[in-house]
Design a protein around this ligand. Structure first.
Ligand code: ADP
Length: 383
């Protein structure tokens, strides 16, 4: 009370010191609070960028910041778990997708194969339908042609005899008329020869056509194919005069068949081979016989130019020929295939990577012969 001025100053100093103390405490508390909050903020930023490995440092404080850090770490763990679950799901999903894709590809390949065999079966069906109707047509034509052509053929012989005797009679006359008549008759003889050649050719075609459609008589004889090969080679000798023939014949069980029809197949194959090799520098005919998967195979190969890729599917078609007019009827292979099928076998053109053409006649052995059956009938080894 005596020194009011100094008392106020002391009080002011006291309050100033108190204020500074409080301010210091507030600054310290704020600094203590904001440092972990900044850490948390930085960590939250890292987590947002995908870094979920490092834990959120919680410290030991049990205050709000500590609880916040603890909650953030729990959130980090749960996020990490969910992300790894999603990743696992993703992987198994990808595996499933690739499994399904390969299953689909397999199913697709199966479907494509099935479609291919269906198309082939359809082609085969269309072909056999066509062949059946063509067979009927051919049978009719052959029947209709047979009588008139035989009549022409039978008339030719007496006509030629009459003409011969006329030529002889005229030749005995020395007059100019006689000579003129002889010349005319000789011209007529030449014309008759042309008619005879034409007639014989038509008769051959008619016979081929008849045998093409002949369905009578089951093949019943036991035929030794090796012997048939030898016999056919003998008959075809004139065609194979300048051809080197190599035989590789295995011991065969007999086949059930008609020897003349089977011989016709061999003859067709050999004639085709001889014609194909005409003009070739090396002429080699190979005939191989063997037992294969229970079937009896006869393979006739030549060293000719072979069958071009584009013709392979057509050579068995009736009337398909690449030979000049007058040389080929286009019936040989078609008839041969028909005969082979009638014997329960097949005739096929094989692939010949070394060149030339190679045909395989496949027949069932005698005890297994079942006409028009397909697939191996007996599977034991050669006898
Ligand atoms: P053709 O002999 O009357 O022509 P084929 O039916 O016997 O009738 O033969 C049909 C076609 O097949 C022949 O014109 C020919 O183009 C082909 N061919 C047959 N055999 C052979 C072969 N050994 N080499 C090459 N082509 C052949």
């Amino acid at each position: 009370a005596n020194l009011p001025g100094s008392g106020v100053s002391v009080l002011a100093v006291f309050f100033l010191v108190l204020f500074l103390l409080c301010a210091g405490i507030v600054v310290l508390i704020a600094a203590d609070l904001s440092a972990p909050l900044r850490d948390l903020e930085r960590r939250a930023g890292e987590m947002a960028r995908g870094d979920l490995q490092r834990p959120v440092v919680t410290g030991a404080e049990a205050d709000e910041v500590g609880r916040l850090a603890f909650a953030m770490d729990a959130m980090r763990r749960s996020l990490k778990e969910q992300i790894s679950t999603v990743e696992e799901l993703n992987v198994s999903l990808e595996e499933k997708v690739s499994e399904r894709t390969s299953a689909l590809a397999l199913a697709n390949a199966d479907l494509r194969e099935a479609l291919g065999s269906l198309t082939r079966a359809q082609d085969q069906l269309v072909r056999s339908e066509k062949l059946a109707s063509m067979g009927q047509l051919v049978a009719g034509v052959a029947h209709e042609l047979n009588n008139p052509i035989n009549a022409v053929g039978n008339t030719l012989e007496p006509l030629e005899r009459i003409l011969d005797s006329l030529v002889r009679q005229c030749a005995t006359r020395s007059s100019a008329d006689g000579e003129a008549a002889t010349a005319i008759l000789e011209d007529v003889q030449a014309m008759l020869r042309v008619i005879r050649n034409g007639t014989s050719r038509i008769q051959r075609i008619v016979t081929s056509l008849s045998s093409y459609v002949r369905t009578d008589g089951e093949p019943t004889e036991n035929v030794d194919l090796n012997r048939l090969v030898d016999e056919t080679l003998e008959i075809a000798g004139h065609m194979l005069a300048d051809v080197l023939v190599k035989k590789d014949l295995s011991r065969l069980p007999p086949v059930k068949g008609d020897p003349s029809q089977l011989g016709q197949i061999l003859m067709n194959l050999m004639a085709n081979a001889a014609q194909a090799m005409a003009g070739a520098p090396e002429r080699l005919l190979r005939v191989v016989s063997r037992v294969e998967e229970g079937w009896i195979d006869l393979i006739v190969s030549d060293s000719g130019p072979g069958v071009p890729e584009g013709q392979r599917s057509r050579i068995f078609d009736p009337f398909y020929t690449t030979k000049p007019v007058g040389q080929g009827t286009g019936l040989g292979l078609s008839i041969s295939q028909e005969i082979a099928a009638r014997h329960g076998g097949s005739l096929e053109l094989l692939d010949s990577p070394e060149g030339g053409a190679s045909f395989r006649l496949r027949l069932p052995r005698a005890e297994a012969a079942r006409p028009n059956s397909h697939g191996p009938a007996v599977t034991d080894a050669p006898r």
